[in-house]
Design a protein around this ligand. Structure first.
Ligand code: AHG
Ligand code: MN
Ligand code: MN
Ligand code: MN
Length: 319
């Protein structure tokens, strides 16, 4: 995002992570960056239904499975990653990690790492050739866990260009990812301290209007009078617009689906972690998303995320 502090001639990242960042976190995002061009190149031939359903009861596209396989192989091969969770896999994969036969894995400092991914977010946009992405959360606890156990989170956005946003304890960075011409990738930091703009500009709300609870509809009517509608149907693309221009994204609780649609472990938590680190807020309507205690790996949660005052107004509206 060409935010106020973007540095157009910022060079490639030092070995993939924040300067002095955790080596396991850096290795996870090195792996995610390395697979991005392969996933992007594979999409045109994988727009068809696979004929299977996932744990969320959704139909799965060939692109979902391809991204899941490529990322799963790359991430489970990493030392220090003990557990791997994906939207497209019912149960967690014991990645072996360095130690820890129970699949939690151990890093040098003895803490476990678990990586939860949405291999292809917004995959229904494949048919209409609209933006989609990959979402990644790195937890230092076995899953399911709350978002407070996240040590880093990020997403790849397959838009007109391929970008990756990475948030960790050092802050939030945005990179452009390009093939380097001999099978690797060139990563260039384009924003080295990504912050949510103070003045909000856009909103995007999922679900069908008749399915919105009255309190959310009243909030939406207020926001519609203040901001511009930007809803593309892929959470990653819609959140990236909020991070770029300021505003609010929601996939709300619906009258017949009070848990909403988005999954906590590999959609809402990583996005909430990123946006909080960029100066924003994320709630399920009552609590911070990062405090929601899940029962299962595929638990759904309503997600309202963006500028703090817009999120606070939402919580008051639903109260
Ligand atoms: P996924 O493709 O990973 O299953 O996620 C789709 C999600 C999310 O990306 C987006 O915000 C939402 O579905 C859109 O839902 P609608 O099609 O109901 O708008
Ligand atoms: Mn899906
Ligand atoms: Mn998704
Ligand atoms: Mn997905």
């Amino acid at each position: 995002m060409a935010g106020p502090d973007s540095d157009p001639d910022a060079g490639p990242l030092p070995d993939g992570g924040a300067p002095g960042g955790d080596p396991v976190v850096a290795a996870v995002f090195d792996a995610v960056a390395a697979t991005a061009p392969e996933i992007r190149a594979a999409l045109p031939g994988r727009r068809v239904e696979s004929g299977t359903e996932n744990a969320s009861g959704e139909s799965v596209l060939a692109g979902d499975l391809y991204a899941d396989e490529l990322l799963g192989d790359a991430i489970t091969a990493l030392d220090g990653v003990g557990l791997f969770v994906s939207e497209e896999r019912e149960t967690a994969v014991d990645a072996g990690g360095a130690v820890g036969g129970d699949g939690t894995g151990e890093t040098a400092d003895g803490s476990p790492y678990a990586v939860a991914i949405d291999p292809l977010d917004g995959s229904s946009n494949l048919r209409s050739n609209n933006a989609m992405g990959t979402v990644v959360g790195v937890y230092d606890a076995p899953l399911p866990a709350t978002g407070r156990d996240l040590v880093a989170a990020g997403y790849v956005l397959y838009g007109p260009i391929t970008t990756m946003v990475v948030a960790d304890e050092a802050g939030v960075r945005e990179e452009v990812i390009e093939p380097d011409g001999d099978g690797g990738v060139e990563r260039s930091v384009v924003t080295d301290d990504l912050r949510l703009p103070d003045d909000p500009l856009v909103y995007g709300f999922g679900g069908r209007v008749p399915d919105w609870p009255d309190a959310f509809t009243a909030y939406a009517r207020e926001v519609e009078d203040e901001l511009k509608l930007r809803y593309g149907g892929a959470m990653v693309g819609d959140v990236n617009q909020v991070l770029t221009y300021g505003g609010v994204f929601a996939y709300p609780a619906l009258v017949d689906a009070p848990e909403g649609k988005l999954r906590l472990s590999f959609e809402a938590n990583p996005i909430a972690y990123i946006v909080e680190r960029a100066g924003g807020a994320a709630t399920d309507g009552e609590r911070d998303i990062l405090d929601v205690e899940p029962d299962g790996l595929h638990d759904r949660v309503p997600l309202y995320v963006g500028n703090e005052d817009l999120v606070e107004r939402l919580k008051a509206a639903l109260d």
